[in-house]
Design a binder for this molecule. Structure first.
Ligand code: SF4
Length: 630
C-alpha cells in the first residue's frame, strides 16, 4: 500500500541507514514526491550552508501514486547552481521501481571517502564501490551496474563526468535521457562521491478498490492522451512547440538578441524530426502519451547517433540560443549533455552568455583557446566539453551564474538569470503570465513551476474566469489576472508533482486534462485517501509556501522576484513580437496581488496567519527507527 512506503535516511560517511515510517498525518499534509521532499528538506535547516557541505541532503522522493500511475519522482536539495532551492522532477522507470522496494523517499547525507553507489533490493540497502565507474558516462554506468548486479531489470539514477566535477548545472540521468535537470543536483550528488543509486523492487502494490481504480485509470489516461495537446505530443514530442514559438516571437536567438528566426528555423521543426530521424515514440512507465522520439541519425556529419528525445528545450537551448539552426547538430549536442550529465537548458544558456561576452570583447580567443562564433557547431561542442571537464574558460562556465565572481565587472550586465538560475530557451517578453511565472518561481528561472500557458490557446474570457475563479485576460499579452493564473498553476503543479502526475498529463495548455477532481478520485480509489478539490488546493498552497519559507530562510524576498533587466528595458527589436517588453509598474502590481493570493505579505514573506491556516510547522516526521544496515 503506497501509504505505508517508508523513508530511508542514508549517511554516506558512516554508512548508517535509518528507516522511518511516514506518519499518515504528514502524508495527508504533504502527500509524497515534491511535497514530502520539501518537508524533509526544510527539516534539515540548511540556511546559510554551502550546497557542497556534506550536511546538505540529496532527497529522492517518489510521488504518492508513483508506480500505480506513472513514474514521476522529485530530486531535491540545496541547489549548487543557485545556492537556494534545488528541485527537479524526472520520469522514466526509476520512480516506479523505487516505489516497489517499499521506500518512497531517500534522504542522503554525508560524503563518502571513496566513489560509491548503493543498491536497494526490496528493503535491503547495499553500499558498493564505484571507483571503476568514476569518469564513466551515464549510459555506460547504468549498463555496468546492471551487469554487476546480474539483473537486467535494475533501474539506475546516476551522474556523469559533469556531476563528478561539480559543474553547478550538472543533472542526474536515468535511462537514455530522463533527466532531473534543473538546479544542478547532479553536482550535489557528485559532491557526496555518490555515482549512482540502483533499485530493484518486487513488492508490488495493494490497491484499495482494484476494479474501480483500474476503470478510473483507464478513463483518466484517455482524458490526458485525448486532448489536442496530448495527441500532438504523442506524434511530435515537445519539439512541436518550436514552430509556434518561432511564429509568435517567443524563442531566444543568440541569447535573447532576437525572438524569432523566421523561415531560417525550418530545419528545427518537429515535422522534420519525425520524418527524418524518428523511429517511433516511447514513454515513461505507465504513461499513455508517449512523448519521446527514439531516433537515429542515418547520414551526414552526425551519422550513427541514436537516442531518445530531444526535447524542445534542448533543441532550442543548443539551437537558436547559440545561433545554431541545424537540427542534427542540436540532436547530437543534446545527446552529449545526456551522456556527460549536463542540464541542457542551463548548459545551452550559460554557453550563450559566454558567447555574448566573447562578442562584446569581454573575453577573448586567448581566454577560450579558440573563436566563439554563433552557430559554429565545432566551437559549441568544444566549449561544452571544456565545461564538463572544467578546462580553461570552461572552468568558469561550469560555475554557472556564480561565474560573475571570476569575470570582469562589466560581464555582470549580460548575465540573464533569476535567483541565480540561468534564463531559459524561450523569450517571454510577449507572454505576460509566462514571464511573471519565471520571475516568481521558487526554484529560480523556471517555466515548469507554473507553466501558465492556457491563455496562449485562446479560450473565451468567461471560461477562464470560471476556471481560475477571477478575471483573466484572454490575450497572452494582456496583464489582467495573470498573477492569478501563475498562482493557480503553481499550487496545482505542486499537488501533481507530489502525487506523481506528469506535467504534460495535467492541466497545462488544456483545461480539459487531468485536474483536481481526477486526482481526488485516483487517491480515493487507489489508497483510500479522501481529499476534496479544496483540500488538495490547500495542500498545494502548503507545499508552495514551504518552498517559499526555504527561500525566506536564505534571505529571499520581493527584491528577488524579478526578471532580468532586459525584460523591462529592451523591447523586442524586430519580428512577430516586436515592441513587447514587461512594464515594471504593472509587474509590481501583479506582485502585490500575487502575494495576497498566496497569503504572503508585501515583501513576499508568508504571514503568520497563513502558516497557522496551512498548519506549517506542526507535527513531526519522526517514525519508528529500524536499523537496516547492509
Ligand atoms: S507525457 Fe512524456 S514525459 Fe510525461 S510521463 Fe508521459 S512519456 Fe513521460
Amino acid at each position: 500500500m503506497p501509504l505505508r512506503r517508508k523513508v530511508a535516511y542514508i549517511d554516506l560517511l558512516s554508512r548508517d541507514v535509518v528507516i522511518k515510517d511516514i506518519p499518515r498525518e504528514i502524508r495527508e499534509r504533504y502527500l509524497g514526491g515534491r511535497g514530502l521532499n520539501m518537508y524533509l528538506l526544510r527539516a534539515h535547516k540548511t540556511a546559510g550552508m554551502d550546497p557542497f557541505d556534506p550536511g546538505n541532503p540529496l532527497i529522492v522522493g517518489a510521488g504518492l501514486l508513483t508506480g500505480l500511475c506513472g513514474s514521476r519522482l522529485n530530486v531535491s536539495g540545496k541547489s549548487p547552481e543557485s545556492g537556494y532551492l534545488g528541485d527537479s522532477n524526472v520520469g522514466g522507470y526509476f520512480g516506479a521501481e523505487l516505489a516497489q522496494t517499499g521506500y518512497s523517499h531517500l534522504v542522503i547525507t554525508g560524503k563518502s571517502e571513496q566513489p560509491v553507489y548503493f543498491s536497494i533490493e526490496n528493503e535491503k540497502i547495499f553500499f558498493r564501490d564505484a571507483s571503476h565507474l568514476w569518469g564513466k558516462m551515464t549510459g555506460d554506468t547504468q549498463e555496468l551496474i546492471r551487469k554487476e548486479l546480474h539483473d537486467e531489470k535494475t533501474r539506475v539514477l546516476c551522474i556523469g563526468p559533469a556531476g563528478e566535477r561539480l559543474v553547478r548545472f550538472a543533472c542526474l540521468i536515468t535511462g537514455i535521457k530522463n533527466a532531473a535537470g534543473r538546479t544542478g543536483l547532479g553536482a550535489l550528488m557528485g559532491s557526496k562521491n555518490l555515482k549512482a543509486i540502483a533499485v530493484r523492487g518486487t513488492k508490488g502494490f495493494s490497491v484499495k478498490q482494484p476494479k474501480e481504480y483500474l476503470a478510473l485509470l483507464r478513463d483518466t489516461n484517455k482524458k490526458a492522451a485525448d486532448t489536442l495537446w496530448g495527441k500532438a505530443l504523442g506524434r511530435y514530442g515537445t519539439p512541436l512547440l518550436f514552430k509556434y514559438a518561432n511564429f509568435m516571437g517567443f524563442t531566444s536567438y543568440k541569447y535573447h538578441q532576437l525572438t524569432s528566426v523566421g523561415d531560417a528555423g525550418d530545419d528545427l521543426y518537429a515535422e522534420n524530426l519525425e520524418k527524418n530521424y524518428s523511429n517511433g515514440m516511447v514513454s515513461c512507465f505507465g504513461c499513455p502519451i508517449h512523448c519521446r522520439h527514439r531516433y537515429k541519425v542515418a547520414e551526414g556529419p552526425f551519422k550513427g547517433i541514436r537516442g531518445e528525445g530531444p526535447e524542445y528545450a534542448s533543441v532550442t537551448s543548443f539551437g537558436p540560443t547559440l545561433g545554431n539552426l541545424n537540427l542534427a547538430s542540436t540532436i547530437y549536442l543534446s545527446e552529449l549533455c545526456n551522456k556527460y550529465g549536463i542540464d541542457t537548458i542551463s548548459g545551452g544558456n550559460y554557453l550563450g552568455y559566454f558567447f555574448t561576452l566573447y562578442e562584446k570583447g569581454i573575453i577573448s580567443k586567448d581566454d577560450v583557446g579558440y573563436e566563439l562564433t554563433w552557430g559554429d557547431h565545432d566551437a559549441i561542442e568544444r566549449f561544452l566539453m571544456d565545461t564538463v571537464y572544467r578546462r580553461n574558460m570552461g572552468d568558469c562556465v561550469a560555475e554557472g551564474s556564480l561565474a560573475i565572481k571570476k569575470l570582469k565587472p562589466e560581464a555582470k550586465q549580460y548575465l540573464l538569470a533569476i535567483k541565480n538560475v540561468s534564463i531559459e530557451q524561450t523569450d517571454e517578453r510577449p507572454a505576460k503570465a509566462l514571464a511573471f511565472g519565471l520571475g516568481v518561481a521558487t526554484r529560480g528561472t523556471c517555466h515548469m513551476r507554473s507553466r501558465p500557458s492556457v491563455d496562449v490557446v485562446g479560450y473565451p474570457r468567461d471560461l477562464l474566469k470560471d476556471f481560475y475563479g477571477g478575471d483573466v485576460g484572454k490575450d497572452f499579452r494582456d496583464y489582467t489576472g495573470k498573477e492569478r493564473m501563475v498562482w493557480w498553476h503553481e499550487i496545482f503543479n505542486a499537488v501533481a508533482d507530489s502525487v506523481g502526475i506528469c506535467r504534460f498529463a495535467g492541466v497545462f495548455s488544456s483545461i480539459n486534462a487531468i485536474g483536481y477532481l481526477d486526482i481526488g478520485k485516483l487517491l480515493r480509489t487507489a489508497i483510500g485517501l479522501d481529499l476534496s478539490d479544496k483540500e488538495l488546493m490547500t495542500i498545494g498552497e502548503r507545499i508552495y509556501t514551504t518552498e517559499r519559507l526555504f527561500l525566506v530562510d536564505e534571505g529571499i524576498s520581493r527584491k528577488d522576484d524579478h526578471l532580468p533587466e532586459l525584460y523591462y528595458r529592451v523591447p523586442v527589436p524586430e519580428g512577430p513580437s516586436k515592441g513587447e517588453y514587461i512594464d515594471r509598474v504593472k509587474y509590481e502590481r501583479m506582485l502585490d496581488d500575487y502575494y495576497v493570493l498566496h497569503g504572503w505579505n508585501k515583501e513576499g514573506i508568508p504571514d503568520k496567519e497563513t502558516l497557522a491556516e496551512l498548519r506549517i510547522g506542526e507535527g513531526t516526521d519522526e517514525g519508528t527507527d529500524e536499523n537496516n544496515g547492509g
